[in-house]
Design a protein around this ligand. Structure first.
Ligand SMILES: Cc1cc2nc3c(=O)[nH]c(=O)nc-3n(C[C@H](O)[C@H](O)[C@H](O)COP(=O)(O)OP(=O)(O)OC[C@H]3O[C@@H](n4cnc5c(N)ncnc54)[C@H](O)[C@@H]3O)c2cc1C
Length: 384
């Protein structure tokens, strides 16, 4: 029997393989990855300085251990560039591999800002274990990091790098932190928490250019202001990797378009994780990919299973002001009800009819599991 071939060994690829093995110990499984195949939890990348863990310490298992535990062939350092859908094959290093089912678990790429200046090599992004190792090497012995972007990843790194003893400045054009996730009062609480660690914000301006300056950088903002630093961390968002699917003629929107069974416009090709758009939803988080891995494992072992997404609030790892949020899609009708005391905020978004559609808890309010549980129960499922 031709193997199930999974492209990608991030949380999506490896969790799918684990779920398949719970249901079928024998089906041939082949995983291919352009990285070194170590298993790690990507959310931990923005906690490394706080926990004093470098990239090696964050890795949970090497590729040999993964091959054994999954009873799977795992090939590392291979980039898949083309799919022959008619022949149901892919080409890898000159070899033609046939698949019974093919799964895209290729993740998302970081947006790279268009910047002027000659300092591009000192602008780093962290989206995998190798990036993290490069960042730690570049930041070793340095003092000041400028972060571009005050979203989830920018704020988490601002907190983590401050805990690691760095001076941090954050440039965020929208005018407040976490603008797509939180209402204003909750954003203010997180910014104030981070400021208490010494983080300096530059709101309302974008970064125009980065220049080399001795061993460090000079960062030019859109208002002409210039910030001195040692290194720049770019954290302006992620974009699902769709080029492989696109080149193969699969339907692609923001991500690889799949139905509730995670099946693409080709009945033998599936997608999950950061690269997938499931019934129009692109959710770049861990809980949705775990739900998708459980459902897809059932489908691939013989019983078609639709993925269900319950409400899945996201925890933002800013320990100085913890956050739990169930975001509201832009344009949703309704309004926020906010209770706040200092950095402890409870904000609930209600529809005009009074239904709870989202919430945000910060500070001590986020630390109480009871409040999160109570509000989560009131939310509608993301995909019923
Ligand atoms: C710093 C940071 C903090 C985060 N914190 C949280 C959090 O607290 N909570 C949360 O829910 N989510 C968080 N996320 C998001 C979460 O980590 C991701 O949603 C999840 O890890 C995505 O997993 P994935 O397997 O889909 O993609 P990836 O982990 O990106 O894996 C993609 C895999 O595909 C391989 N690949 C890509 N293209 C090819 C190709 N052409 N050929 C072969 N191999 C290929 C790559 O080598 C890799 O193995 C965070 C993300 C970051 C960056």
């Amino acid at each position: 029997m031709n193997p199930i071939v999974i492209i990608g060994t991030g949380l999506a690829g490896y969790n799918l393989a684990k779920e398949i093995r719970k249901l079928d110990a024998e089906r041939p499984l082949l995983l291919l990855t352009s990285d070194d195949g170590r298993s790690y939890s990507k959310p931990m990348l923005s906690t490394g300085y706080t926990k004093n863990k470098d990239a090696d310490a964050l890795a949970m298992a090497g590729v040999e251990q993964m091959r054994e535990s999954l009873k799977a062939d795992v090939r590392t350092g291979v980039r898949v560039n083309a799919i022959d859908r008619a022949a149901k094959t892919i080409q890898v290093e000159g070899e033609t591999i046939s698949y019974g089912a093919l799964v895209l678990a290729v993740g998302a790429d970081v947006f790279r800002p268009e910047l002027g200046g000659d300092g591009g090599e000192r602008v780093l992004a962290v989206n995998d274990l190798d990036d993290y190792a490069r960042f730690r090497t570049a930041a070793a012995g340095k003092k000041k990091i400028v972060i571009i972007g005050g979203g989830l990843i920018g704020c988490e790194f601002a907190n983590d790098l401050s805990n690691g003893g760095y001076q941090v400045e954050v440039v965020e054009p929208v005018g407040r932190v976490l603008p797509t996730l939180l209402p204003e009062r909750a954003s203010a609480a997180v910014a104030s928490g981070l400021e208490s660690l010494g983080v300096k914000f530059h709101f309302g301006h974008s970064v125009k250019g980065v220049w080399k300056k001795d061993d460090g950088v000079e960062v030019e903002l859109s208002n002409g202001e210039r910030l001195a630093g040692d290194l720049v961390l770019s954290a302006i968002g992620l974009r699902p990797r769709v080029s492989l699917a696109q080149a193969a003629g699969l339907e692609v929107g923001r991500g690889v378009k799949v139905d509730r069974c995670l099946r693409s416009s080709d009945a033998s090709i599936y997608a999950l994780g950061d690269c997938a758009e499931v019934e129009g939803k692109v959710l770049l988080y861990v809980l949705p990919l775990m739900a998708a891995a459980r459902a897809l494992a059932k489908t691939l072992t013989g019983s078609d299973t639709a993925v269900q997404y319950p409400a899945m609030p996201v925890q933002i790892k800013t320990p100085v002001c913890p956050v739990i949020v169930s975001p509201v899609a832009p344009g949703t009708e309704g309004s926020w009800e906010v209770e706040a005391e200092g950095n402890d905020v409870r904000a609930v978004f209600r529809s005009p009819a009074g239904a709870v559609l989202g919430f945000a808890l910060t500070g001590a309010r986020a630390a109480s599991p009871a409040e999160k549980t109570e509000l989560t129960k009131l939310l509608p499922p993301i995909l019923a």
